[in-house]
Design a protein around this ligand. Structure first.
Ligand SMILES: C[S@@+](CC[C@H](N)C(=O)[O-])C[C@H]1O[C@@H](n2cnc3c(N)ncnc32)[C@H](O)[C@@H]1O
Length: 305
């Protein structure tokens, strides 16, 4: 898959997930179970408006990030606002009028609209949380202004050639001494082509997963000191998505092939009832039968600038 196809497939898929949540179709119970299995507390989850936790996470980057109420946090790939709203609650717990700021960055316009709606329902002080539509490889915030960067199951969705740029963006944004706390799926081994090219497994956060050595190299190339970079394999069971919600990883809908989405705009192709052959032909091959634990592991990744 070339990088344009990766961006379009990921964006179409996550925008559809956001639209479904906006329409009240998020499966709250299953999504809570998924988030609990990655370490969110019942109290954290209960504090979120419905449609915020979409069951798309693969860790809890804030669990050990020691966020302070006067800090500036950026969440890369903020989805429905899960970690931004949890961060805001943590700040408010420590200080009823925190001076810090939480920014959520997401490339999907629909996802940003959903996160804004959720933040509006969360009873937060004005201006504490702000969502920005942008790719995480080009973040419209000033250099050296951020204390903490978090991300939850997103960097794997960036095309390989742009991943090093994401690490450079993290380094650019952080103040000296600023820190990174990322949850992501990392590959246990090089994956075969039939997996790497599978759209469902890409959107499910498996097919785009990189090796620990690659993340280590990209951190160092971006300017992070080798000694400050730590990888922790959380050994979480990654078949929870399949077992609890019957789906491919963090992807809550089947990705629509890009060619099909384009055709649909012009010729009404690929409605739910009639699937023309031209669209079905490049349907994802995984069929939901891949053992995630065989190929990837959930990591907590830390670094300091
Ligand atoms: C698996 S979801 C995780 C959402 C959120 N972090 C959570 O845990 O609920 C991935 C999110 O990253 C966003 N995303 C994917 N690629 C992106 C990119 N290159 N730049 C910005 N956002 C991206 C998607 O739109 C989606 O909202």
């Amino acid at each position: 898959m070339n990088s344009t196809t990766v961006y379009e497939t990921v964006n179409n898929t996550y925008s559809l997930i956001a639209s479904n949540a906006e329409a009240g179709k998020a499966e709250e119970g299953k999504n809570s179970q998924i988030a609990s299995s990655f370490g969110y507390s019942a109290e954290e989850l209960a504090s979120l408006p419905s449609g915020t936790n979409l069951g798309l996470s693969c860790g809890n980057p804030l669990a050990t990030a020691n966020l302070k109420p006067d800090e500036t946090l950026v969440d890369l790939g903020s989805g429905g606002g899960l970690d931004c709203l949890v961060a805001a609650r943590q700040m408010l717990k420590a200080d009823s009028s925190p001076s810090g700021k939480v920014f959520g960055i997401d490339r999907s316009e629909t996802m940003v609209a959903l996160a804004q709606r959720n933040a509006g329902k969360a009873n937060l002080p004005d201006g504490l949380v702000q969502f920005i539509q942008a790719p995480i490889s080009e973040i419209p915030l000033q250099s050296s202004t951020v204390d903490l960067i978090v991300s939850n199951c997103v960097i794997n969705l960036v095309p390989d050639e742009d991943k090093p740029i994401v690490f450079k963006e993290m380094h650019r944004l952080l103040k000296p001494g600023g820190r990174v706390a990322v949850s992501d799926l990392l590959a246990k081994t090089q994956m075969p082509d039939h997996i790497r090219q599978d759209a469902a497994l890409l959107c499910g956060c498996l097919a785009g997963a990189s090796l620990v050595e690659e993340y280590q190299r990209w951190f160092e190339e971006a300017g992070f000191q080798k000694e400050s970079i730590v990888f922790v394999n959380t050994e979480k069971d990654l078949n929870v998505y399949q077992e609890l919600a019957g789906r491919d990883g963090c992807c809550a809908v089947e990705p629509e092939p890009v060619a099909c989405a384009t055709e649909k705009k012009s010729a009404g192709c690929c409605s739910k009832d009639t699937q023309p052959k031209s669209c079905g032909a490049d349907k994802p091959q995984s069929g939901g039968k891949v053992d995630f634990n065989e190929w990837v592991a959930s990591y907590q990744i830390y670094a300091v600038k």
